[in-house]
Design a protein around this ligand. Sequence first.
Ligand code: PRP
Ligand code: MN
Ligand code: MG
Length: 184
Amino acid sequence: MYEADIASVLISEDDIRRRTSELAEEVAARYPEGGPDGDLLLIGVLKGAIFFMTDFARALPIPAQMEFMAVSSYGSSTSSSGVVRILKDLDKDIEGRHVLIVEDIIDSGLTLSWLIRNLETRNPASLDVVTLLRKPEATKVEIDVEYIGFDIPNEFVVGYGLDYAERYRDLPYIGTLDPSVYGG
Ligand code: PRP
Ligand code: MN
Ligand code: MG
């Protein structure tokens, strides 16, 4: 599937699974089990975080509730515009809740720093972030991220939720995109 467009497998399905359960154990050790309103609240950032969100939630050994927001900064380009739009907001109040944002990737950091500021105004009891991937070289904004799956080189990656022009999200692993695909 998509073979001709993928230059290399950067992170395999096995590596993703292994690291996801490590992160889940780490997170679970830090949050108490709270009962109905005290449960950890995962906020998945659509669409990129879909697969990480569902796998992470199932790897977590403590109860967690799930909500989703959809924001977009990239459009169909390969670099971040810095303009973040809410495409779908939360349906629920997060005041007093322990919130963990679940992201697929921090690239420039613009999406997440915007989202953190936005969610902080809603007065959660705590607010942290778990991201599967981070590109250290591309980070333009300093953000304090507690849980990071993998630091990756500054290459365009797709798969496991990450897209290029809405394609490749359904690849089960993280791969680098052949530059011929985006005319590089
Ligand atoms: C991608 C990715 C992150 C964000 C990271 O989302 O899923 O949410 O960009 O980039 P940044 O750190 O430079 O802001 P995108 O806006 O492409 O929307 P999508 O999740 O629907 O693909
Ligand atoms: Mn995204
Ligand atoms: Mg995208």
